[in-house]
Design a protein around this ligand. Structure first.
Ligand code: HEC
Length: 104
């Protein structure tokens, strides 16, 4: 019983530690307007690619390439010109990518 309690306590601590980063990325995904195009949960639709479950490093790289204008494929310019996208910092995209990569 005592051992189980310890495991439960450890799990709670792990959750408490993991939650801020995760919640932050989720909040940013909405507040920075990603959700308008990429849909709730990053599921994507039509020309807006699915982001959920993709590799964190891939998401970060592609986001920064579109934001800086080095990636110009398809409708990249539409994303680049979005005010929310323009305001995202390197730390913020790391948190958003962390959130998205953990989804299905
Ligand atoms: C105005 C619509 C729009 C908004 C807002 C937007 N995106 Fe996009 N995004 C796109 C489109 C369109 C593409 C695909 C570009 C192409 O055709 O190559 C894309 C592509 C991407 C990709 C590359 C995916 C891949 O599989 O290659 C990432 C990562 C991404 N967006 C992240 C974000 C994040 C994070 C935000 C919010 C900060 C965001 N986007 C906001 C429209 C948008």
């Amino acid at each position: 019983m005592k051992k189980l309690g310890m495991i439960a306590a450890a799990a709670l601590v792990a959750c408490a530690m993991a939650t801020p980063v995760f919640a932050d990325g989720k909040d940013l995904f909405t507040s920075k307007q990603c959700v308008t195009c990429h849909q709730p949960g990053g599921k994507g639709t039509g020309p807006f690619p699915k982001l959920a479950g993709k590799d964190k490093a891939f998401l970060q790289e592609q986001f920064l390439a579109i934001q800086s204008g080095t990636r110009t494929t398809g409708m990249s310019a539409t994303m680049k010109n979005n005010p929310g996208v323009k305001s995202v910092t390197a730390e913020e995209i790391a948190a958003i990518a962390e959130y998205l990569s953990a989804l299905q």
